[in-house]
Design a protein around this ligand. Structure first.
Ligand code: KG4
Ligand code: ZN
Length: 354
């Protein structure tokens, strides 16, 4: 079969990224320009600044990705770009850039679902991994447990009923004075802390049964594999308030470690319950929170105990990058799916929607 080289472009949040991937699995280049420094000044991502920074960087990042891969536009077979979910202004930069390149070079354009990209990050370093398998997607905006039935085809088993896991990391980090970006800072601080210092609640939503509820993000039938992190976040805030009111000292590293342990327990317990219930033998994690060192260690051990093969991307492929978008784009490409010139940014694109 002919070699297929896909240029991937990712601008859904605060990383401007471009990558060239060969045949869906071999990364020829992976360039990421992070905006962390500028957003740190504001304690979080400022959407308007993110869009402006993407515009400033995108051409340079794509040129670097092509140079590092040793290819020119003429060597590409398609352009894949994240079109949602994400910040609308940020997504539009990538989508417009991808359209311009595809139009000018007569290349197919492929709009990629950001979450499908995160799942696909697992294919990069695991040539043996093919659907079906179970995957827990844990990012700043999403917490989903799915069965990947085929490339780009998901059966959703559960999702968060309130905050995403990464959102909880970011909010707690701010509350305990660690600032942005919260996840990596809590990960680091927790290494010096005692995870058993404070007994924060583990969310158990399985006992609530199945009820029809309408969520802000659309209608969703409750599932025994759903997650919930807002109660845990409130418990941390209450603990800090109580300490302040009673003049009791609190330790940043202990709060970080105890909070992280509660998140890790919830994510691990729910995943392993589903692994047993569905009898799967392969389990993967994906998304920014999948870079968390305590989570990776806990999942590894739990998968061993349950005789399940555990897959996880290197940290650089867990957080936002364009290699995962090019990889997801490859499987769209070989299945014949193409986007039209009317491709638009869809900020609240749901998983399973195209
Ligand atoms: O997947 P991602 O890069 O972007 C989204 O699609 O949302 O995920 C970003 C999230 C942020 O909430 C960040 O705090 C979290 O992933 N994160 C981590 C770690 N690295 C990134 N959370 C916990 N531990 C980490 N090491
Ligand atoms: Zn992401």
């Amino acid at each position: 079969m002919k070699d297929i080289r896909i240029l991937g472009i990712e601008t859904s949040c605060d990383e401007t990224a471009a990558s060239v991937v060969l045949n869906g699995r071999t990364v020829l280049s992976n360039v990421i320009s992070s905006q962390i420094d500028v957003h740190t000044l504001f304690g979080g991502v400022v959407p308007e600044i993110a869009s402006r920074k993407h515009i400033e960087k995108i051409d340079q990042v794509i040129t670097m990705a092509l140079d590092k891969a040793g290819v020119g536009f003429g060597d590409l077979d398609a352009v894949a770009v994240t079109y949602g979910p994400g910040l609308v202004g940020a997504l539009l930069v990538g989508v417009s850039e991808a359209k311009a390149i595809a139009w000018a070079r007569h290349l197919p354009l492929i709009g990629v679902h950001h979450i499908e990209g995160h799942v696909s990050a697992n294919y990069i370093e695991h040539p043996d991994l093919e659907p079906p398998f179970m995957c827990e997607i844990i990012s700043g905006g999403h917490t989903h447990l799915v069965i990947v039935e085929d490339y780009g085809k998901f059966r959703i088993l559960g999702r968060t009923r309130d905050d995403a896991a990464g959102e909880a990391f970011d909010k707690v980090a701010r509350a305990i004075g660690l600032g942005y970006p919260g996840g990596p800072k809590i990960d680091r601080a927790a290494r010096e802390g005692n995870p058993a210092a404070i007994d924060f609640p583990r969310s158990h939503v399985e006992d609530k049964g199945k009820t029809n509820l309408t969520f802000a993000r659309g209608s969703h039938e409750m599932s025994p594999y759903d997650f919930s992190f807002s109660g845990l976040k409130s418990a941390v805030l209450n603990y800090l308030n109580q300490c302040r009111m009673t003049g009791q000292e609190w330790h940043q590293a202990d709060v970080a470690a105890s909070f992280q342990a509660a998140v890790v327990d919830s994510l691990t317990d729910t995943a392993m319950r589903a692994v047993k219930d569905f009898g799967v033998d392969r389990f993967a994690i994906a998304g920014g929170v999948a870079a968390n060192s305590a989570l990776r260690a806990a999942m590894k051990q739990a998968c061993e105990e349950n005789h399940v093969t555990f897959y996880y991307p290197s940290p650089v492929y867990c957080t936002d990058n364009a290699a995962m978008i090019a990889t997801a784009g490859y499987y769209e490409y070989i299945s014949g799916r193409r986007s039209g010139w009317n491709l638009n940014a869809v900020p609240n694109l749901q998983l399973g929607e195209r």
